[in-house]
Design a protein around this ligand. Structure first.
Ligand SMILES: O=P(O)(O)OC[C@@H](O)[C@@H](O)c1c[nH]c2ccccc12
Length: 526
């Protein structure tokens, strides 16, 4: 009598069994029960979503004649088939790198045992990219078998989740798909063969990924995706190729077959220069070199129409009104409104204003994008309202009444106010108190105010350090330099600090020198 040989579980079955246990533990832990997660979602503690399908349709080559696939870039420290891949990777830093390299989706492995990932990784990845102007979607890459994991994903900042057809009964697949949609998340449905593809199509999945790696035996066959392409032709489905993608040829083949996105993990985790690797892999265009914009001049403390008109004609980029009744240059909303009409009419004619740059194809971090956007507007002069000791409702009223383009407030103004102000906000920092100067997503611009008693050189060096600290390591931090600038020192200031704009105030005591000469000195420095 011989026993039938006991079948060894496949790796997928092993992981499933472990994950089922892990979920039970989490569900029965006080504070993270299903009731807790539901309550947290009902309190709107999950951050806002972006739609996966839309985001997958945009990538740095979308505007070109022959768009390449979009990228789902994966954070994967280790895997059961490869063991450790990049154990020291910091999920937040890696997410930001992927985002700034043009990824449409950031896939974060949250499985701890074999992939060395966590929900915290996913949450941090989301936080790191949250203030980017067109952030990628966050994918929870997980062995999802329970609604609980989908609710958890949503709570911790995912925009989409993975559903693996090979791992779920048709009923469970259907239920999990519907649950994810009910939370606003279109899932990525993963298939490995024609039978699974049929199930995904019956489900109505809009985003289907073909895994070239068989999760039962780890065999990678790059033809897996290609063989299933015909099944989705003419359908409203974004087809994605997953696994084993490491060189431009792999992507080129898929592109020709109509594959719209590729998911890449290991090759990106091992790349020395992630951005360059991604551009080469996807054959995306080189980022446009940063245009060398002339340094802008803001003249603050204007209160007289004739003065404003002559400054606008002389090419002042921003004209500032002071709303502060303790200032010698205080103005009223009505007076400002009249002057704004005049400077609009006498500013640069549209034809001589710089042509707005086309929407940048390669994403830049927050402050750099704000600066680019402002510098590409054709309107001159822009009207800035400087507020000191005003309430939020005063600011809102005056922005509307005076038709201001920008608002300048002190750094101490609550961050919560700023999101209610309907125009870009310049936050004014003293040079020795610049905490939060470079925090993305709150203010649009940082103005750094000199301490004039300290002497120029010391101030310029401090300001230069702030600029050089940079955004995301690569972009100089855009600042507006202010305080104690004159026609004599402004050239030196620009050369040492590299601000994108300088402010001269008519409030200064002793009065600042001739503003036109100041503007000429700035122009001559370019
Ligand atoms: O590292 P690669 O070969 O680029 O593969 C990434 C991705 O496809 C893979 O991580 C993956 C695809 N489906 C999964 C399901 C669970 C865990 C992981 C995966």
């Amino acid at each position: 009598m011989s026993d039938a040989p006991k079948k060894q579980p496949t790796i997928l079955e092993t992981i499933y069994a472990q994950r089922a246990k892990d979920v039970e533990v989490a569900k029965s832990t006080a504070g993270t029960t299903p009731e807790d997660i539901s309550a947290l979602l009902a309190m709107h503690l999950a951050p806002p979503l972006i739609p996966l399908v839309d985001r997958l349709k945009r990538n740095p080559s979308s505007n070109t004649a022959s768009p390449s696939p979009s990228l789902m870039a994966e954070i994967k420290r280790a895997s059961p088939s490869k063991g450790p891949i990049a154990m020291t990777t910091n999920a937040a830093a890696q997410a930001l790198t992927y985002a700034l390299s043009g990824a449409s989706v950031i896939s974060v492995l949250t499985e701890p045992t074999w992939f060395k990932g966590s929900l915290l990784d996913m949450r941090l990845a989301r936080q790191a990219i949250d203030a980017l102007p067109d952030r990628p979607a966050i994918l929870r890459k997980e062995f999802i078998l329970d609604e609980y994991q989908i609710a958890e994903a949503r709570l911790h900042g995912a925009d989409t989740v993975l559903l693996i057809v090979a791992m779920l009964s048709p009923d469970r697949l259907q239920a999990l798909y519907a649950y994810s949609l009910s939370l606003g998340m279109e899932p990525l449905v993963e298939v490995n063969n024609a039978r699974e593809m049929n199930l995904a199509l019956e489900l109505g999945a809009k985003v289907i990924g073909v895994n070239n790696r068989n999760l039962h035996d780890f065999q990678v066959d790059m033809g897996t995706t290609s063989r299933l392409v015909e099944m989705v032709r003419e359908r409203d489905v974004i087809l994605c190729a997953l696994s084993g993608i490491s060189n431009p040829k792999d992507v080129q083949v898929y592109k020709e077959q109509g594959v719209r996105a590729v998911l890449v993990g290991e090759a990106l985790m091992r790349a020395a220069d992630t951005g360059a690797f991604i551009r080469d892999l996807l054959q995306w265009p080189e980022p446009e070199p940063e245009r060398n914009e002339p340094t802008w001049v803001m003249v603050s403390g204007v209160k007289d129409a004739a003065e404003a008109e002559s400054l606008a004609k002389a090419g002042a980029d921003m004209i500032g009104f002071i709303f502060d009744d303790t200032s010698s240059r205080n103005t009223t909303p009505d007076a400002a409104a009249q002057i704004v009409d005049i400077i609009r009419a006498s500013g640069l004619p549209a034809s001589s204003a710089p042509t707005p740059a086309a929407a940048p194809v390669t994403p830049a971090p927050w402050f750099t994008t704000q600066r680019r956007n402002l510098q590409s507007t054709a309107v001159r002069s822009l009207a800035v309202g400087t507020f000191r000791n005003s309430t939020l409702s005063d600011i809102l009223r005056i922005v509307a009444a005076a038709k201001l383009d920008l608002v300048q407030v002190d750094a101490s103004v609550p961050a919560g106010w700023i999101k209610h102000i309907p125009v870009p906000v310049i936050r004014r920092f003293r040079i020795d108190d610049t905490a939060d100067l470079a925090r993305p997503g709150v203010h649009s611009f940082a103005l750094v105010e000199h301490d004039t008693s300290e002497g120029d050189e010391k101030n310029f060096q401090k300001a230069a350090t702030l600029v050089q600290a940079g955004e995301a390591g690569k972009w100089p931090t855009p600042i507006i330099l202010s305080g104690g600038l004159t026609m004599k020192n402004v050239a030196r200031a620009i050369q040492t600090v590299g601000p994108w704009a300088v402010e001269i105030s008519l409030e200064a005591d002793p009065p600042a020198d001739n503003v036109r000469e100041f503007m000429a000195a700035v122009k001559n420095t370019q």
